[in-house]
Design a protein around this ligand. Structure first.
Ligand code: LCV
Length: 259
């Protein structure tokens, strides 16, 4: 595996995002590696999974690999896309998934960690939800993930400004379960994992699934989903979509035109 490191000890397994050169951007290759190893952890009956970056990382993950969006109006959230699959895998993983985050979390990486069951950060952990900065649409299931975690006003502010929310505010909003110092975060997280693995794995997996079902209780009609897809397509097909991605790749500010 080129993009992640893994371990499995005392029923707790770990995935370390390991592409600091690209600030752990979520490339399809990295996501497929995560998916593959999660399947293995599941079949080995892991009781707790910790997803983290390398020790001391300034960036937990820079979000989706924007270079993979270049040259087309690619929907990264269709059913069989690796990102979608990883997010689903976290949701359905039968054991608790803990996100241990030193540093900043960007874009789709926010959704990936918001889908985890317990979030632990340091005082410099930040979360920025970025599609409006890149001029791309966002998936409905994705927006729902944010809504099941935080209030609609905060979701709107994060989507509309794309500004990072700092750790203290994230803790107050209930996004972060704990803020721990960089020196302590590793011990703290693994100790929490050790508590979990001693408890009943069946009870935990059933409650996790109950919570997932409850958070998705507001099912939408086919018509609503169709309308939402039409709305998202207007963004995919816009000039702004290409402008946002090209601006990032060319290291310049985007010039969005569409009102
Ligand atoms: C590809 C990258 C990336 C990257 N992709 O380091 O949620 S959505 O809808 O918005 C979705 C589409 C999504 O998730 O989009 C991604 C959202 N992410 C961002 O907007 C963050 C983009 N990255 C940054 O702003 C900076 O890289 C941060 C602040 C994270 C770190 O800054 P730092 O100065 O430490 P560099 O910017 O120098 O990045 C190092 C290398 O990683 C590439 C970046 O282009 C650079 O490559 P080169 O060395 O070849 O120049 N890189 C960083 N993020 N998401 N590539």
């Amino acid at each position: 595996m080129n993009n992640i490191k893994t371990s499995f000890e005392n029923l707790t397994c770990t995935i370390i995002l390991d592409n600091s050169v690209k600030r752990n951007a979520l490339s399809d290759d990295m996501l497929l590696e995560i998916l593959d190893v999660m399947k293995k952890f599941k079949s080995r009956k892991a009781r707790c999974l910790i997803i983290r970056a390398e020790r001391g990382a300034k960036v937990f993950s820079a979000g989706y690999d924007i270079s993979e969006l270049a040259g087309g109006n690619r929907d990264i959230r269709i059913h069989n896309n690796p990102l979608e699959k990883v997010i689903r895998m976290i949701e359905y993983f039968p054991a608790p998934v803990i996100a241990m985050m030193e540093g900043s979390v960007w874009g789709e990486a926010c959704e990936l960690v918001f889908t985890c069951d317990i979030l632990i950060g340091t005082s410099d952990t930040t979360f920025a939800i970025t599609p409006s900065r890149l001029g791309v649409p966002y998936s409905t299931t994705g927006i729902n993930h944010f809504l099941s975690m935080i209030s609609i006003g905060i979701v709107k502010e994060m989507f509309f400004t794309a500004e990072p929310v700092n750790a203290e505010r994230a803790y107050m909003l209930g996004i972060l379960n704990h803020i721990v110092s960089r020196e302590e975060i590793e011990n703290f997280t693994y100790e929490l994992g050790n508590i979990i693995v001693k408890n009943s794995p069946l009870t935990i997996s059933v409650i996790k699934e109950q919570l997932r079902l409850l958070s998705q209780a507001n099912l939408m009609t086919k018509e609503t989903l169709k309308r939402i897809q039409e709305l998202r397509n207007t963004v995919f097909e816009s000039e702004d979509y290409r402008e946002g991605i090209n601006a990032f790749l060319e290291k310049r500010e985007p010039e969005f035109k569409r009102k």
